[in-house]
Design a binder for this molecule. Sequence first.
Ligand code: FES
Length: 627
Amino acid sequence: MQKFNISFLPDKKKVFITEEVNLLQAAAEAGILVKGSCGGDGTCGRCKVIIKEGNYTTKQTGKLTKEQLAGGYVLACQTTAESDLVVEVPEASRLSEHQVLLEEETVGEAVSQTSVDPLFKKIKVELPEPSLTDSMDDIERLKMAVRKETGIENLRVSLNTVSNIPGILRKEKWKVTVSLADVLGYTEIAAVESGWDYQKYYGLAIDIGTTTIVVNLVDLESGQTIAQKGSYNQQAVYGDDIISRIVHATEEKNGMEDLRNAVLKSLNELISQLASENHIDINVINYAVCAGNTTMVHLFLGIDPKYIRLEPYTPAINIPEPIRAEEVGLQICKTAWVYCIPGIASYVGGDITSGAQVIGIDKTEKVTLFIDVGTNGEMVLGNQDWLMACACSAGPAFEGGGIKCGMRAMRGAIERLDVISDTLDVEYSTVGGAKPVGVCGSGLIDCIAGMHKAGIIDRTGQFSSNLTNQRIRNGDDGPEYVIVSKENSGNGQDIALSEVDIKNLIRSKGAVFAGIRTMLRKMDLPIEIIEEIIIAGGFGRHISIKDAISIGLLPDAEFEKYKYIGNSSVKGAKMVLLSKTARDEAVQLATKMTYLELSIGNDFMDEYVSALFIPHTDMTLFPSLSE
Ligand code: FES
């Protein structure tokens, strides 16, 4: 098999690859992250690169314009080398180092739990000195003292700890600091230090999202979040959604390792930045709690995810045991434990359990609806007496995916927007007050609502043929509405929403509403029964409930019933990290939820088709809109 040198510009990075490796894979190998939204299928057109020198073969594609073809553009995933190559990766094709919108208020926030009882802690104990009449062995003596101090019965000691124990116990006259790690079912004496002076110790609360990853560094003694960092999930080079990643993991050679390494790299980079910026050694990070959807947890732990996407959709594991950080590959204290919050089913994972726990859905009398308006569209309905969960596969539209001008709620994203009915002009605000570069979920919702109200689009999302305005024009994908012209945008490009984008968004909102209705139908309950609606998701901070109702994304309920809680997944991970009780409750909560498989029967499909209108085919479901 022939091998070729590929050099990437402007990075000046080189890789040596065999003829069968495509340029998308080659770039990944070189550490250059190229957008691979479709996972290398050749359908998304996002992995464009320019061949500067050399011979290659590439498959024909409709994703490149004539000018691009003439300029040497190819789709990286569809191109292999026939000689050494020089390849330029344009900025637009890169997974940009985007900043995840973090919730600053959680940093430094005191814990709401009255007492911090973390999964890892250090305690001071003084052992009774041995004598001729009390010659109990050192370990038993230590365990007895810890038991007396904490009331913990099931204690275990690793061989590692036992090996140096005699000297450590005697060094400071039987005064020692003992590290205790809770390992589901027993407590491990993880370390023993002589004396009572000890270093601070930390834990991590982690949200492994399909698109973004957020890590909180938590002081385990005070319960305070010291710092928080987020970034994109580097698995995105293998596809935007979980299905394309499962396909990559199970069908490509080394696919599983690719995905595991990508998520570990994302996490370890964040952890090392957090540690160095806060001047702490990674070895004092002693416990990590992760919340992620079922596929993310499988890929993170290196568990085969193949059957998640095949009927009858069974994951390998819903309730993982704690695992050593070293075994997982997380670069923190080697003997630290990593615990993943349990999931419910293939498409409703630990991130949802985590969120459901934060809102205390299993402790309230109120019938509560909890929705994560993201790609998987998971939702939980119920209260202390019953709980049901489902995933409606809303698609990434509200996270900005599949929408030309769409983006996550990052700096420069339009997060609020008003269409002025008579002039069809736009008023907007952006994240961070920066010049606009795209529109995030909340802005997209406002935009459709405004366009519909102004008569630009009809109830099916089609553009009206009898409106003329300079903002409405014909673009590459048919009619489109220009929100911000290139002269006023932050990236020199027009920000416009096309009919294709709008139909995509309508499908997403239809799926969410249909999911809600299907769960209610299953329980034979009317929509009015819902007393509280809690929304999580990657929107901006300013989702307009009014607009979300007016497009038929959310039920027509009084605004007071609504609450937006941001990244509930990482909040739940922190709760579990800081409380054994919360950890036990999370396990119970996951097992209590009944999973509703939406692909069985016709209910969901019927509901979905009826929801493909603005707001719905059945206007009686939206009484406030016809008033
Ligand atoms: S077209 Fe290459 S990754 Fe989608």
